[in-house]
Design a protein around this ligand. Structure first.
Ligand SMILES: [Zn+2]
Length: 204
């Protein structure tokens, strides 16, 4: 038996899908195939990111300024830490870069840098690999998130502290008539920058 997170898209391609328990908002599913043992997956449909919204991780190429000796450390944590490029937590023993990162693209009194971890040996940008599904990344679940909404002038117009589905709903509210052009999400406790959220452009 395996406990795993499975994309709802994958479920449509599998036969002999059997819903054994349904509890709002959690679905517990048993998937049985001829070649595999049953897989039990906990799915929460309320964590599906709407298609019009983009969960935008940091780009693959980092600004060298922010990776300078003064603002970064190359280290091997003894615990798993969250990579902000692929949005997967590291495996214990993997080398990472801890650096001070500026996620803003325009100036305002709110412009600031925040600490982030990234895989030292490189990894893909979130959203570019087949395994990246359309739900809130696991590394951001069950975490108290600081959700900060900014307008076109890069001024913060709303801020909330929420988790999981409520955090996702707040992002929708801020971007849909909430006066926000984009959102920065941070881990509330350590202040690490987690991800940028914005409306998906037509070409994306
Ligand atoms: Zn990574």
């Amino acid at each position: 038996m395996t406990i795993a997170h499975i994309s709802p898209n994958l479920l449509t391609s599998l036969e002999q899908l059997r819903i054994i328990t349904t509890q709002t908002p959690i679905l517990q599913l048993s998937i049985e195939t001829q070649s595999q043992s049953p897989i039990f997956a906990m799915l929460d449909e309320s964590l599906t990111i709407p298609t019009w919204m983009k969960w935008k991780a940091i780009p693959v190429t980092l600004d060298p300024y922010f990776a300078s000796a003064a603002t970064s450390r190359r280290l091997t944590p003894t615990v798993s830490v969250p990579c902000r490029r692929c949005l997967h937590d590291t495996v214990q023993g993997q080398e990472v870069i801890l650096l001070s990162y500026d996620p803003f693209f325009g100036d305002s009194p709110y412009r600031s840098r925040s600490p982030i971890f990234v895989h030292a040996d490189g990894c893909h940008e979130y959203g570019t690999a087949p395994e990246d599904d359309d739900t809130m990344p696991l590394q951001q679940r069950s975490k108290l998130l600081s959700i900060r909404g900014f307008d076109q002038q890069n001024m913060m117009v709303r801020a909330e502290l929420l988790e999981d589905a409520k955090a996702l709903q707040m992002c929708e509210e801020m971007l849909m008539g909430g006066g926000c052009e984009y959102i920065h999400i941070h881990y509330a406790r350590y202040g690490c920058f987690a991800v940028k959220v914005e409306r998906r452009r037509a070409e994306e």
